[in-house]
Write a protein that binds this ligand. Sequence first.
Ligand code: COA
Length: 277
Amino acid sequence: MASKIEIKDVKDPNEIKKFEDIQFKVWGGGVVPSHLIVAVKEVGGVVKGAYVDRELVGFVYGFIGKYKGRYCVYSHQLAVLPQYQNLGIGEKLKLEQMRWSRDNGYDLIIWTFDPARSKNAWLNIGKLGVVTNTYLVEHYGEMEDELNRGVPSDRFMVEWWIKSPWIEERPRYRYDKDLKFEYGIALSLIKDDVKISPSEVRHLEDEYIAIEIPIDFDNLGQDTQRLKRIWKLRMREAFQHYFSRGYTIVHFVRNQYMDRGIYILKRGFDPYDKFTW
Ligand SMILES: CC(C)(COP(=O)(O)OP(=O)(O)OC[C@H]1O[C@@H](n2cnc3c(N)ncnc32)[C@H](O)[C@@H]1OP(=O)(O)O)[C@@H](O)C(=O)NCCC(=O)NCCS
């Protein structure tokens, strides 16, 4: 029989305590203590858990913040236990957070994510419809958890305009072959027998720009740790260049061989103005 997935408010502090264990299993360190999340729940934040057959397998929480002069929901952590990933649970948690935010009068949810993480890019941009033109250098300083140790903690700050037409009506593309427009490739992935490395950044003027990243950032072949740093710095250069020239990330797709993810940036984008997309 298929398992039942439920998304629920988590109010019991003993239940929130279990978030620490999930964080440890997901990130391998850098755990946010549960008493902080209890405080978030108490003073107007949103704390949701995902349950499979009544067992807690994931969570999301956020609190009210002010960003670019506007009150919004800031979503701090989303996590799903490894053995329950890729089943749509992360998406369900975020959609429930969206419902809560709309019901409580907010039109914007923001959060950060690592530009090098293809899966997060697909979930956030492809499935949920966030956009971004904000690049944060070394946002969390040096990080000690297993996923982030030894590489710059650069992040996007993404914007999820949950009441905009973009969310429901945007064109959906899953693979590069689905894209309905021409684009220039500003950063490409180069694969040989031993490694996966980035090209130099190209400075282009096209309306749409593509920036490629590895599908699996933790496996870049020989000397992965050194390559991770090189990739991060190359991405930083590319995104900073295009963001400062009026481009916004609006799509994320994969290629048919599933060896790379591709960010698609558009010049002059507004999620409320349908004539620009
Ligand atoms: C990010 C995370 C919360 C997503 O949860 P999840 O339940 O696996 O998410 P979903 O199943 O809803 O969506 C994942 C999607 O990525 C796809 N995917 C998996 N690996 C991928 C990859 N390398 N590149 C692109 N897409 C990938 C899955 O196929 C799925 O898409 P689909 O439904 O279209 O097939 C979970 O992977 C996690 O806990 N990661 C570690 C912690 C983290 O990064 N948290 C978020 C930042 S705070």
